[in-house]
Design a protein around this ligand. Sequence first.
Ligand SMILES: Nc1ncnc2c1ncn2[C@@H]1O[C@H](COP(=O)(O)OP(=O)(O)OP(=O)(O)O)[C@@H](O)[C@H]1O
Ligand SMILES: [Mg+2]
Length: 567
Amino acid sequence: MSDMDSHNFPGASPLPVSENPPQADAIRGAASVRSGGHIIGEVIEIAGSSSKVVMDTAILAGLLDHHDTTVRMAGQVGSQVKIRVGPAWLLANIRTQRRYEGQSGLVVAEIDFLGEGDEEQLTGQIYNFRRGVTRYPTPAAVVYAVTTADLKQVYASDGRANVEVGTVYPTNDIRGALYVDAMLGKHFALLGSTGTGKSTAAALILHKICDLAPEGHILMIDPHGEYGSAFKQNGKVFDVNNLNLPYWLMNFREHCEVFVQSKGDAKQMDCDILAKCLLAAKAKSQASAGVAKLTVDSPVPYLLSDLTTILQNEMGKLDKATNSAPYQRLKSKIDEIKADPRYSFMFSGMLVGDTMAAFLTKIFRLPSEGKPISIIDVSAMPSEITPTVVSVLSRLVFDYAIWARNEPQRPMLLVCEEAHRYIPNDDVAEESSVRDILSRIAKEGRKYGVSLGLITQRPSDLAEGVLSQCGTILSMRLNNDRDQAFVKAAMPEGARGFLDSIPALRNREVICCGEGVAIPIRVSLDTLVEERRPASEDPIFSDLWRQHGGEEEIIQRVIKRWRAQGR
Ligand SMILES: Nc1ncnc2c1ncn2[C@@H]1O[C@H](COP(=O)(O)OP(=O)(O)OP(=O)(O)O)[C@@H](O)[C@H]1O
Ligand SMILES: [Mg+2]
């Protein structure tokens, strides 16, 4: 005897595709004759995260030419099924499928419950869908195919602010939306191998959010200078020519990263000397006059020349036996940076004035003046200083939020492209100030109204735990096994059924799961109009390699910009 017999399951014979099959009546009992759509199987095991249903392959095959695309997909891994529990419908996602031992024509599928909804009396559809399950079904409960009409109800916004970003797979008319507050409230990560469309997806989402809420405050770290062209209308671009980031906004640790070159014991000694002299230089500055508790971390203007003079004087006070090398090292590094035009966006003599208010105003878009996004194009900065620049900016966002707690709230979103560069794990890089501040924002930012958006093609290189701090995960295709494993670990349970499709997604397709969506969805993203796309087009070799002309001028212009280090 097979298990099936004892469950009174209709067996391997295809069920007639009717609204109210007689077998269903047998299962539910004649007293509750209600429509529910197509019966495809029944529950055989309820055990939290490893509940199982058994489905009839002949019935599934019979649905393959159904007019409703969602019904056609019934039973597939990653698709949904519904199960009736009393007056409610439970929605579950199919995670795996395997052959049913003991009876051919049946498959066992592991399912993850997504949530529940009420049953509309007339149509039998799901409505009023919500996450979480209050009552589980019992084994032998009947499993139904989900219809497009059901999904429309499930995806229908529950009234919360949302942005539509694409079309839910496999339908061509259900819109996939992200709940803005839930997504930003608990951070999000956008992942995908190179060329899958991450940057364009990021631009699409941010554009939609800005259209919805034009008085936002978004800071975007743009390592490749791609986003300026996407946000011409609603963004302000800051690069080496106009960022004017005052060096004195660095805290002590960031100062050390820039000015201290030595390693090991010598590093500690240099840092100690720098701390003493930096505090003295800050104390000397007029701006510190009203500051009650001046520390090496206080963001007050000071003169670099004061700092080097103090270093020089301290060196002069040494008795012969003591080593003057650390002073010399620090002084020459500071002089070198001051003289290097590549660093002038941060260390120019023009930046000594107290411009903190003006700087915060322009970078945080307070007020946004129709341009809620600041794009910090770090592509032309010397690569050794970009991590520190990103650290300073991220820390300013966080510190501002902390010190503005008693003020009217202005939540901010910090978007970090190529996040694996700035929050790498221990195997990839040693500790740095940028990693610490971004990890801290990932952990605590929510409480202060600071949201983090991480974009990366290498989730496995991200510092441990950062991905799981992201409440919403948007995953595009990932080719690498290790990356897939990391994303799997960070995804909420209900989304596991989608995991197998991650390596098989097409470009522009994204799996969205977590806080930002009602249930995990696979979305085919909308085409973004050209003027809103980042400048990251794939070169068309076959076409471009047929063109020539003007090379001499091109080379001259390139060399000019190269030498001038400006665009
Ligand atoms: N939604 C979209 N609408 C229009 N074009 C798109 C869309 N998504 C991707 N593209 C096109 O696909 C190409 C690659 O996209 P994109 O630069 O966003 O990929 P990426 O994942 O950011 O790549 P990388 O990891 O190299 O930065 C671009 O030419 C882009 O114009
Ligand atoms: Mg990109």
